[in-house]
Write a protein that binds this ligand. Structure first.
Ligand code: ATP
Length: 242
């Protein structure tokens, strides 16, 4: 096995004249949680999109477990173990919680009957057991985030990309969601990359971090080291004049 699960090497993404990512490096160790930090427009979502395969690098390379996936389609990357959640959740609102998860399982080629049982396991793991057969439209924002996690789990990921997983969630529900994410890492060995604006959340979650600004990596290291960097303190902790 390669030393890193994910390697982003000198990736540049241009949208016309705009350089959204500029020779970005990101190296993610297996079994760890890595935070992507940065102000609005820094390129965090573009980096996620490049890893998930929905945006193509203008130059540079991306590998999973040492294998080049730069040109692989999103469906191939999903089969290889990359899953992502979205800032705005997108459940099938007319389907039940269990059926939403079954869609991800069936797309792996699993038969309906087995998919029903397997879905129940993921739904319970994320704490939505009591909502199993309710339509997804009845879920609160926090419950929808949990459903997204169950759907991501159903693809059997090795690498999970989480976009603003506590965004829009009421404060009292946040610790439970964080606990759930830590269990994904600790009990299921899933490697996690997270984009999140809430620093408090990140301190409880991330082992490593990379801080981007205007598409460039400013600092990379342990979460504690990166949080100490002056540019990070200025933006996230309100130090200085910015
Ligand atoms: N499909 C696209 N076409 C053109 N420009 C884009 C596209 N996607 C992103 N951009 C631009 O690329 C830059 C980086 O955007 P990105 O969404 O990756 O930043 P971000 O760090 O995720 O920001 P936020 O925190 O606001 O979500 C921005 O200037 C954005 O306007």
């Amino acid at each position: 096995m390669a030393e890193h699960l994910l390697d982003v090497n000198q990736v540049t993404v241009r949208f016309g004249g705009l350089v959204a990512l500029d020779r970005v490096d990101l190296h993610v160790e297996p079994g760890r949680t890595t935070a992507i930090l940065g102000p609005n427009g820094a390129g965090k979502t573009t980096l996620f999109n490049a890893v998930a395969g929905v945006v193509h690098p203008t130059s540079g390379a991306i590998s999973l477990d040492g294998r080049d996936i730069t040109k692989a389609l999103p469906s191939r990357r999903s089969r290889d173990g990359i899953a992502r959640t979205f800032q705005i959740t997108q459940p099938f609102v007319g389907l039940t919680v269990r059926e939403n998860v079954m869609v991800s399982i069936v797309s792996r080629g699993v038969a309906m009957r087995e998919a029903r049982d397997e879905a129940a396991e993921y739904v319970s793991f994320v704490g939505l057991g009591p909502k199993m057969d309710e339509p997804a439209r009845t879920l609160s924002t926090g419950q929808r985030k949990r459903l997204e996690l169950a759907r991501a789990l159903a693809t059997k990921p090795r690498l999970l990309l989480l976009d603003e997983v506590t965004g829009g969630v009421d404060r009292p529900s946040i610790p439970e969601i964080l606990d759930l994410i830590r269990r994904l890492r600790d009990e299921r060995g899933i490697t996690i990359v997270v984009v999140e604006h809430n620093m408090e959340v990140l301190f409880g979650l991330a082992d490593d971090a990379v801080f981007l600004n205007r598409g460039e990596v400013v600092v990379t290291g342990s979460m504690a080291e990166v949080a100490e960097h002056e540019a990070v303190r200025r933006i996230y902790l309100g130090d200085g004049d910015a």
